[in-house]
Design a protein around this ligand. Structure first.
Ligand code: ACO
Length: 429
């Protein structure tokens, strides 16, 4: 294979180096293109642009492959603890038993948040969306830990900031749940694992005992792992871009949470359930909604369908679908939205519109059904996604910082008016 790509632009020729990844992905390094030819590249939505090299996650959308640091998502979801996957993503290797115990212990020691954070809820109107609250709470951690403001203050300080954030995230998410329903918060119990602690803080009532259900714990552990990283998606790219200005980790992650909130990204999990409920309330006619999604004059889209990168199947959706069946069967829940989901999936997968455009159910299509069976309100679904995605965002941020990448600052093709002179206000017609 040629080691360069030849390009000729308006009579100026140049050769650009090729970069071949460990899985043989080929990229054209265009960093010298503008200097050599005066041209830049244009790629709306970055559909064809590699924004970085990365050794964290490998994704082959055609083959439906997702691997973190070389380990398949199927194996990780089946065999690992969420904090093991977090360690793997952030540090590059699976921890030894000793490393894991130290990591787990350090995270358990930092689960409490400053009680002043609770005061933030006084400022928000009842019914505020949990994602808006999460963004503000994560960002506010920089006020409580001002040493985090300088992300270049050394590895030890950086790891402390990372550990704090991982440790406090379940506490923040659970505080949001409790405040939504006007209940007192439940403090973390550090003899519980990461996942157990989160479920306990979310579902225990202050007046009652709460017994952790191992089915819930296993399902939650799996769901968090399935969301842990997904290379250069909208929110990870946001974390990298914000972090590239050397904004602190808390600010960078809260920006990632904001990107995740959108319905075309993580916010889709809330929208899927709302869509399924609307279809059920409208008589359960899946075909009617398939037709709406196909109608170019109708803005309706089948939420939970389609993916920028997966063009065959989303491996996470396959694992989640199996898990949803298991959880619902074990809990004896019969959810009419699951039946609608199955009808919708069958109808879409056999419809030429969806086949031609390679539109398949994505991770969000089934995750909401499990969350709902576990008792989470729909507004919390995207918060759960953020809880799972946190280690991936941190790993992406850390890699960008360790690589000493320059500030992210894309170019543009200007299409506005050319130079013209200013007419004073009283002379304008
Ligand atoms: N329902 C109906 N038609 C769709 C859908 C859908 N869910 N998704 C894509 N299409 C159609 C588009 O209208 C377009 O048709 P056209 O070629 O006739 O114009 C074609 O399929 C390609 O779609 P694009 O929007 O160009 O694809 P893109 O890669 O930009 O978007 C996205 C991907 C945002 C995920 C899109 O499929 C979508 O909106 N899906 C619904 C929202 C969703 O589930 N998001 C979660 C994604 S997973 C995640 O973030 C964790």
């Amino acid at each position: 294979m040629s080691e360069t790509a030849k390009i000729s632009i308006q009579g100026v020729e140049t050769e650009l180096p090729l970069l071949v990844g460990t899985e043989n992905e080929v990229g054209i390094d265009i960093s010298g293109l503008r200097a050599a030819t005066g041209a830049v590249t244009l790629d709306f939505g970055y559909k064809n642009t590699g924004s970085t090299t990365s050794s964290i996650t490998y994704l082959d959308g055609e083959a439906g492959i997702l691997r973190h640091r070389g380990y398949s998502i199927e194996e990780l979801a089946d065999k690992a603890e969420f904090l093991e996957v977090a360690y793997l993503l952030i540090n590059g290797e699976l921890p030894t038993k000793e490393q894991y115990d130290a990591w787990d212990n350090e995270i358990r020691r930092h689960t409490l948040v400053n009680t002043d954070i609770q005061n933030m809820f006084d400022a928000w109107p009842t019914g505020s969306h949990p994602m808006g609250q999460l963004i503000a709470m994560i960002s506010s951690l920089s006020s409580f830990y001002p040493e985090s403001l300088n992300p270049n203050s050394g590895e030890e300080a950086r790891m402390r900031t990372i550990t704090r954030l991982l440790a406090k995230m379940p506490t923040l998410c659970a505080m949001i749940s409790k405040n939504r329903i006007g209940h007192p918060i439940i403090y973390p119990k550090n003899n519980l694992s990461y996942v157990e602690n989160y479920l306990n803080m979310t579902f225990k009532h202050v007046t009652e005992d709460y017994e952790l259900d191992p089915v819930f714990v296993r399902a939650m552990n799996k769901l968090l792992i399935l969301h842990a990283d997904h290379e250069q998606n909208c929110s990870a790219s946001t974390v990298r871009l914000v972090g590239s200005s050397h904004a602190n980790l808390y600010a960078s992650i809260s920006a990632g949470v904001a990107a995740l909130w959108g319905p075309l990204h993580g916010g889709a999990n809330q929208q899927v359930i709302e869509m399924l409920e609307a279809i059920a309330a409208d008589g359960g006619d899946a075909q009617k909604y398939i037709d709406k999604a196909k109608d170019k004059n109708d803005p309706f889209r089948l939420m939970g369908f389609g993916h920028r990168v997966y063009k065959n199947f989303d491996p996470r959706a396959i694992i989640i679908k199996k898990s949803a069946d298991e959880v619902l069967e074990k809990l004896g829940v019969s959810d009419p939205t699951l039946e609608i989901a199955k009808k919708l999936e069958q109808a879409a997968l056999s419809d030429p519109y969806f086949i031609e455009r390679k539109l398949f159910p994505n991770v969000d299509f089934y995750s909401g059904i499990i969350y709902r069976a576990m008792g989470f309100p729909v507004e919390m679904f995207t918060v759960l996604f953020a809880l799972g995605r946190l280690p991936g965002w941190i790993a992406q941020w850390r890699e960008m910082m360790d690589d000493k990448q320059p500030i992210g600052r894309p170019r543009q093709i200007y299409t506005g008016p050319v130079s013209r002179s200013f007419t004073p206000l009283n002379e304008r017609g």
